[in-house]
Design a binder for this molecule. Sequence first.
Ligand SMILES: Nc1nc2c(ncn2[C@@H]2O[C@H](COP(=O)(O)OP(=O)(O)OP(=O)(O)O)[C@@H](O)[C@H]2O)c(=O)[nH]1
Ligand SMILES: [Zn+2]
Length: 337
Amino acid sequence: MHLQNNEQQYQVSLQAQDNYKVIDSNHQEHLAKLSGQLRANLRLAVGDYIVGIPQQDFVLVKQLLPRKSVLQRQNSGEAQHAQVIAANLDYIFITMSLNQDFNLARLDRYTTLVWDSGASPVIVLTKADLISPELLAERQAQVAENAFGIPILVTAQDQPEQVETIFAPYLEAEQNVAFVGSSGVGKSTLVNLLLGDNAIKTKTIRADDDKGRHTTTTRALYVLANGAKIIDTPGIRAVGVAGVSQAATDQSFQDIVNLAQQCRFSDCQHQSEPGCAVKAAIAAGQLAPERLVSYQKLQVERQYDGLSSRQIEQTKVERLFKDVGGFKTFKKTLKKK
Ligand SMILES: Nc1nc2c(ncn2[C@@H]2O[C@H](COP(=O)(O)OP(=O)(O)OP(=O)(O)O)[C@@H](O)[C@H]2O)c(=O)[nH]1
Ligand SMILES: [Zn+2]
């Protein structure tokens, strides 16, 4: 790429609506603004490389450079409205814990999502300390069989000193990486170990907006000592089984889908409804109860897909209180008492 005059290359490090921050080649952060022409039809994403001109107190963005990879969320069928979550990721760590979260079908979906983005997947199996060596060997073998050559890393909280070594090949200078995976699998734990002294102590930084007001924004991009970058935004956190259709879910749970057709109610949730054929099959020993649990977990995650982390929390709270008419009703009944 040929830079003219005082043009420089930058990388987008933060995006909040139309407010951006970029880092320069020394990883110094600057406020950035799109030139008038671009503003109308361009939304930058964290990770984007741009050409800009430094101004007194911001960088004027002139051009978006071609994206090497694009992690995006497909909004149910409207491909043209796909929302870019992050750009130019080299590796995406698909993080799954070896205990409760372990689910080969979900791993498959994440892998597809990552291949679709143009980044390279790396599978990270966490919490090895919480299972027996036998189960570890078994699950590692299962993953390897499904992963067709995708690198597999295994981590355990009681061996933090190993983390840096095993991640080193994927964290070379100027490489952009991100962690995806269900909530609670240990993504922050790993990011913190890799960041060392720069660990995520406070999750928020201040970004001055146009009008000189302070807006608190979540940090989005962390630079390691060698220049590798970890991108960690609410959007990336919320990538559940994003882009996974109901059809794909149903395909891997064909047994349950078939049984469900015999349930008395067409919208049966297979929980406590009368005439539930799925529950009957479990009672008769024809279906493993864990199958239903995995299926339902996946359905729940699908509901979270596309929501912000705040909305996810709200949805979770609502789910918890749904038997008592929702959280608001619950709070009201508390007040009455
Ligand atoms: N035993 C054990 N616990 C772990 C390990 N990794 C993480 N944990 C624990 O699991 C919990 C969740 O870890 P986090 O790193 O916050 O998980 P996360 O994936 O960032 O979760 P979200 O922020 O919700 O996306 C914490 O209590 C960690 O201490 C591990 O290897 N072994
Ligand atoms: Zn049912």
